[in-house]
Each structure stands twice: as structure tokens, then as C-alpha cells.
Design a binder for this molecule. Structure first.
Ligand SMILES: C[S@@+](CC[C@H](N)C(=O)[O-])C[C@H]1O[C@@H](n2cnc3c(N)ncnc32)[C@H](O)[C@@H]1O
Length: 455
């Protein structure tokens, strides 16, 4: 019998998918149930079929999972930013460990035991951890508001989020909304949104106003009001948006003009201090970054003979942290500002390093031709993982060890499968929770060249 849309069924949830939805089967068909947890018995209604999967909503919980908790946020169900607030934090860490284990066995065919994936390193207080916010501007009752957009929608979330950013950032965003309103900034014509980054080391905020073409009107007054009212601003940048489209909101602030204070924010991880430009990547969870980098350093166990390649280096953070005892450090990143920051950061932290601006997949084959022979390679690519051309160059470089830092277990597993073919073996796997309450997980993998297929 086929599943019937809008029909009500009683089901048991047998697992959760990578996006945190409960999974069950009816008549052999896969059904995803939003907000459901493993082990729960539920009355559900089938809402839709998308591709080969049915989607359902919970009507009644007949048997509750003991890990179910009340979400702390009032807009949790509509916002879509967090997906695991209804699961205890301990449950979240177990879920994330399984995500990594499943990706490695199903996609990379790693054939590992579950114990090989170490327990996820979590946070003591898994809220208010995010140091960077990119928010959209809107108007509500004649006032400017700065919010996330609702999941899969162009609508702003009904409330500001108070559980993601540090309290100081929440207060700053409130002030910012008030000042935009006071200066009658017209959202429609003048304001797309803002990027705010907070340094706990400086206790200061980096602000980029992402403006539409009519923003110019009151800029000077607004900026002076901002710096007079908010004493903790390190610098204010203005990024003019050419065509007023929200699509490239996340990269527009690369062309930022500094209108007040410093272009840079400084953050400290362990003993290292890093300079960060607005366009440079920096891990969003400062507290957990130390745990992540400590683990990379421990796994890499570098000595004074090692030559280290920090691919996808951003502002040079991981390499500078882990390779301060190495013979040589080389970094590559595609963002020009990040490379400038990396060069500055290496000198500031008393390291000799060479940095190259460009795509790793383009630069690496050139460095290979020039005779570069790293003993250890650190990979920390964006979510989409490594380019195949880059992995091929890595095969020829044949470093002894590869440290792969990833924020997406599925692309990590896809790339690892290729590294298996190149003769690398999985040695250590440590997930770290950089993104509590969401389904995302960071993972550090250490691989060693078995010498069987390299070169
Ligand atoms: C996840 S971040 C890691 C940055 C750094 N390792 C850190 O921990 O702060 C990924 C970095 O890869 C860079 N990137 C993205 N695609 C790239 C490519 N094809 N070649 C070089 N860098 C790239 C981004 O600019 C970003 O800085």
C-alpha cells in the first residue's frame, strides 16, 4: 500500500538524518519527521513528498525520547538557525559523533569501529558562543530591525536571536537598531544588513554596514553617533552594494571602506594573537577554536625538521598555532586580505613563513614543480571540501602526515576516500563541537602515508 498524503500514521523513529530530522519508514518508504528524535513513538501527518522522500509533521508524541528537552528560544520552530535545541546537549554530542562515524563508513568506506571516533569535545555552556553575525535589515512598526532570515525563506525571523551571540553583541545590535531608526535609515533604499564580529581578547566589535546605493545621506551623523554611544567599537566599515541584491550579502563586505577606527580586530587563541580584517575568515566559536587548534597541534606533533603546508590558511591561524617549532611554514588562501593578515600574523608571532594568495589547486602544482616537499599538510577547506586537482597534487607531494580539519563530514569523507586510494591510512579522528544547537560538527582527522601508493 502506498503512503497517502495528509494521512495520519503512528510510527517509531529509528534514526536521524544529517539535518537533524527524525527518520522512519512506512510501507518501505523513507519518511523524514521534523523535530522527531530517535526512539520516539509518534502520531504524524504526511505533508509532502520531495524526490523519493516523504516529509511529515508531529501531531502527538506517544513515547518521548529521554533526551528530549524544551527549546530555550521562542522562535526556535520558525527561525531555522538552530536545529537541535530540543535535544539535550549530551544527546547533541552523541548525534554529532554518529554523523562523523556514519559519513566515514558510508561515504569513505573506512570500515572503522565506532570507538575510533573520539567523543565530541563539547562546550561547558553551549549558548551565546558565536563571535560573528551577518544579519539582514528590515522594518517593523516603523523601526529598523536586524535579524536572520527564516529557513528557506526571504522573510526575516519574527524575533532577534538572543542565544547565539555573546550578550555584549546582543546589546550592541539593539543599540545599532535604535541608531539606524533614529537616523531614519530607509531599509528599502539604503540598508541591506550588517556584519558584526566580536573579539573577547579586545572586548571590542568590528562592524561593517552593508549599504545600498542611497545610504550616503546621513552617514557622518550616524557614524559619529555610533562611536559616541558604543565605546566598544574597534572600527566601522562601509560596504556599498552595487545592485541591492541580497544574494551576495555574504561576500560584499570584501570591498569595505573604513569610516571609523581600525580596519582590524585582534583575537587571541592560546598564546597567539591574530589580526583579522573584515573579509578574512575566522572560526566563529573562539572558545572552541583553542580546543580545535590544540588538537591539531597534538596530532601533528611537529618537530624542528618538519616543513608544514597550511592549505586554506585564512589568516594563518592554525599553522602559526601548530607549527611554531617547525623548520618552515607555508600557507595558501584565495582571499587577498586573509593573506595580508597571515603575513602580518606570522611576523607578530615571531614566525618565518611564506604565504601565497590564490586557489590551493592552482598554487600547489606550481610549488610542487619548484620542489616544495612538505612533511605535513594541514587542510582546512570550506564546506565544499577540497578540489580534486588539489588532492592529485597532494598525491605527488606525498607528505608523511595529513591533518584534515573539516566542518562537513560528508565532503570530508568524500575526500578521504580519495586519500585512501593514494595510500593514506586513518590514524585519529576527533570531532569538536564548534556549533552547539545546530547540526554542524567540526572534525579533525589525522592520516599517515602508508607508503603503498604515493607518488
Ligand atoms: C574553513 S576556512 C579555514 C581558515 C583557517 N584555516 C582558520 O582556521 O581560520 C577556509 C578558508 O579557505 C579559503 N578558501 C576557499 N576556497 C579556497 C581555494 N580554492 N583555495 C584556497 N583557499 C580557499 C577561504 O578563504 C577560507 O579562508
Amino acid at each position: 500500500m502506498a503512503i497517502v498524503l495528509n494521512e495520519i500514521y503512528e510510527v517509531e523513529i529509528t534514526g536521524m538524518n544529517h539535518d537533524g530530522n527524525g527518520v522512519t519508514r512506512i510501507e518501505g518508504e523513507v519518511v523524514f519527521v521534523k523535530g522527531a528524535l530517535t526512539g520516539e513513538v509518534l502520531k504524524i501527518r504526511i505533508n509532502k513528498k520531495y524526490k523519493s522522500v516523504y516529509w511529515a509533521e508531529i501531531l502527538q508524541i506517544l513515547k518521548t525520547c529521554k533526551e528530549r528537552v524544551n527549546a530555550v528560544c521562542d522562535v526556535y520552530n520558525s527561525c531555522g538557525g538552530c536545529k537541535l535545541q530540543h535535544l539535550s546537549y549530551e544527546g547533541q554530542l552523541k548525534f554529532k559523533r554518529e554523523l562523523v562515524f556514519n559519513a566515514l563508513n558510508r561515504i569513505a568506506k573506512a570500515n572503522i569501529d565506532s570507538e575510533m571516533v573520539r567523543p565530541v569535545k563539547g562546550m561547558r555552556k553551549p549558548y551565546n558562543y558565536r563571535n560573528k553575525a551577518i544579519l539582514f535589515a528590515g522594518e517593523e512598526a516603523g523601526k529598523v530591525v536586524l535579524r536572520f532570515k527564516e529557513e528557506a525563506s526571504n522573510k526575516l525571523a519574527p524575533e532577534s536571536c538572543s542565544f547565539l551571540f555573546p550578550e555584549k553583541v546582543n546589546l550592541f545590535l539593539k543599540k545599532l537598531e535604535q541608531l539606524f531608526s533614529k537616523h531614519e535609515v530607509a531599509v528599502e533604499d539604503a540598508l541591506l544588513g550588517v556584519m558584526v564580529r566580536y573579539s573577547s581578547y579586545m572586548d571590542k566589535i568590528q562592524l561593517v554596514i552593508i549599504a545600498k546605493n542611497q545610504f550616503v545621506r546621513d552617514t557622518d551623523l550616524l557614524i559619529s553617533d555610533l562611536k559616541n554611544t558604543c565605546s566598544n567599537i574597534a572600527g566601522i566599515g562601509l560596504a556599498m552594494h552595487k545592485d541591492n541584491k541580497a544574494a551576495d550579502m555574504f561576500s560584499i563586505y570584501r570591498g569595505v571602506e573604513i569610516v571609523f577606527g581600525s580596519k582590524y580586530l585582534e583575537e587571541k587563541i592560546g598564546e597567539k594573537v591574530y589580526r583579522l580584517s573584515p573579509a578574512s575568515f575566522f572560526q566563529v566559536n573562539t572558545e572552541q577554536t583553542k580546543i580545535l587548534y590544540d588538537c591539531v597541534k597534538e596530532f601533528a606533533a611537529l618537530n624542528s625538521e618538519d616543513i608544514v603546508l597550511d592549505a586554506y590558511c585564512g589568516t594563518g591561524t592554525i599553522g602559526i598555532y601548530a607549527a611554531d617549532k617547525a623548520a618552515k611554514l607555508i600557507g595558501i588562501d584565495v582571499v587577498e586580505e586573509a593573506i595580508k593578515d597571515a603575513k602580518y600574523n606570522a611576523v607578530a608571532n615571531e614566525l618565518v613563513a611564506d604565504y601565497y594568495k590564490g586557489k590551493v589547486e592552482d598554487i600547489l602544482p606550481k610549488l610542487l614543480k619548484e620542489g616544495l616537499m612538505p612533511t605535513v599538510v594541514i587542510l582546512d577547506p570550506p564546506r565544499k571540501g577540497c578540489d580534486k586537482k588539489m588532492l592529485k597534487a597532494l598525491k605527488q607531494l606525498a607528505p608523511n602526515n595529513i591533518l584534515y580539519v573539516s566542518c562537513d563530514p560528508s565532503t570530508l569523507a568524500r575526500d578521504i576516500k580519495i586519500l585512501f586510494e593514494y595510500g593514506y591510512k586513518l590514524i585519529k579522528i576527533q570531532p569538536v563541537d564548534m556549533f552547539p544547537q545546530t547540526t554542524h560538527v567540526e572534525c579533525i582527522i589525522m592520516m599517515t602515508n602508508s607508503g603503498s601508493k604515493g607518488k
